[in-house]
Design a protein around this ligand. Structure first.
Ligand code: ATP
Ligand code: MG
Length: 404
């Protein structure tokens, strides 16, 4: 027998009052999006659940894709059979024979929305349970915590059978919380931060600072590749490359070594905020983690954050490095992150950055620079690329590969 559809149960969005339909429609679009490479698949969604009709598409492949969609609590593959007692008996026998292991317990749980059906739920449970025991004499019917619960649903058009529940990704549908700008380096932390923001429904755009020729095409490709990994969870992502060379050279020339890092980060924050405003983002997301490096002391965070009132979300701020690495491995970004291409911060990093920068000094050094002009030119020079799971920018990347 082949699965006909997948029944999808919603996660937290069921508690969202009158926003509920907005959430459900977004989730439906997100499911349609990840399944768009299976043209036969159709998706419907009502208040209580969504249905993914396979129409012959491969269940395993579709299920793998569904597991990454935020806003899904669980889903069950479903067989569809004719509403006929003889057919139903044969179907439950086939299914249970396929699942049977020695000592197995089971129960049949029937629901009827078609109340004109010949048998009521109690009679159906008995008849179908009996049919199973007929072909598997050693199987035990058990009402409490059976190994297998075979659900039978008698609907108007047909009967639907399911026995398996697959855990979904949880979270909220991407796009339901608004847009945020993810500051994406080539490191381990920021892709994980992006993943966690997506998980809470934030649609992200990736902002990446590049300083050619100090940073290599390889570093840029790495950032592209990391972004592409994130498209698995939220669909296409706009990748915004910011030209950062001029700013880094200016800072290096005019500010003392110990303050390079703080000044650099403040510029990044200002520029990201300006881009956010242009592109109707609500928040900034970054991969800062408390105490990891000099830029990530509370004093540093305060000095860097002082350039904006925009909320800065730091999803990994309280996580241990090992916890972040575990997640990076789970979302398959770790191996890309550890590729040895230096990003702009590593190259200009001083040996001993200030861990407790004083705002007074920071402002004094910035007065030596044309902050507004530098920010404006960087924002003007951004290059926006749409990153897709298998996108056109691959061609560019392939070219880069040849050159490397
Ligand atoms: P990551 O692993 O994300 O690079 P990190 O531990 O290396 O983080 P930092 O280098 O201090 O930490 O960077 C802190 C955060 O600043 C990063 O997580 C990222 O959000 C942002 N950031 C750093 N460099 C860049 C860059 N080149 N482009 C965009 N954002 C950056
Ligand atoms: Mg880094």
């Amino acid at each position: 027998m082949q699965y006909a559809e997948i029944m999808v149960r919603y996660g937290e969005l069921s508690t969202k009052g009158k926003n509920r339909m907005r959430f459900i429609n977004q989730l439906k679009r997100n499911i349609q999006h990840v399944l768009s490479r299976y043209p036969s698949v159709k998706v419907t969604a009502d208040r209580d659940r969504a249905h993914v009709y396979l129409h012959g598409a491969d269940y395993q492949a579709v299920a793998e894709a569904l597991k990454e969609v935020f806003g899904i609590q669980a889903f069950s593959p479903v067989y569809k059979v004719e509403k006929d007692v003889v057919v139903l008996k044969k179907a439950v026998q086939d299914i249970m024979q396929g699942l049977y292991r020695e000592g197995m317990t089971f129960k049949i749980a029937t629901k009827r929305s078609d109340h004109s059906f010949d048998l009521d739920t109690r009679e159906l449970n008995q008849t179908l349970g009996g049919a199973v025991v007929e072909v598997l004499p050693t199987i035990q019917a058990q009402m409490k915590k059976p190994d297998v619960t075979l659900k039978v649903e008698i609907r108007d058009d047909a009967a639907y059978l399911s026995h398996e529940e697959v855990k979904g990704a949880g979270g909220l549908p991407v796009g339901t919380s608004g847009r945020g700008m993810l500051m994406l380096s080539g490191g381990i932390d920021s892709p994980v931060a992006g993943y966690l923001a997506l998980k809470r429904g934030v649609e992200i755009e990736a902002v990446h600072f590049a300083s050619p020729p100090y940073t290599s095409p390889g570093a840029l490709k790495k950032a592209h590749d990391l972004t592409r990994k994130l498209t698995k969870f939220g669909g296409h992502i706009q990748f915004i490359e910011v030209p950062f060379t001029e700013i880094q050279e200016e800072i290096k020339e005019k500010a003392p070594e110990a303050y390079l890092m703080t000044l650099t980060r403040r510029f990044m924050m200002r520029i990201t905020d300006a881009i956010r405003e242009q592109r109707s983002g609500l928040i900034i997301v970054n991969g800062e983690s408390l105490g990891q490096v000099a830029s990530q002391t509370l004093e540093s965070m305060q000095a860097i954050n002082a350039v904006t009132n925009t909320p800065v979300i730091r999803p990994v701020v309280t996580m241990d490095k090992l916890e972040i690495i575990e997640l990076a491995q789970k979302i398959d970004t770790f191996d890309i992150s550890i590729q040895p291409f230096e990003d702009c911060c590593t190259i200009f990093a001083p040996d001993r950055p200030k861990t407790n920068p004083k705002l007074k000094h920071v402002e004094q050094y910035e007065a030596r620079l044309d902050v507004e002009g530098l920010v404006a030119r960087a924002v003007e020079g951004i290059k926006v690329t749409e990153i897709t799971p298998q996108g056109q920018e691959d061609q560019v990347d392939d070219l880069i590969n040849v050159l490397l």
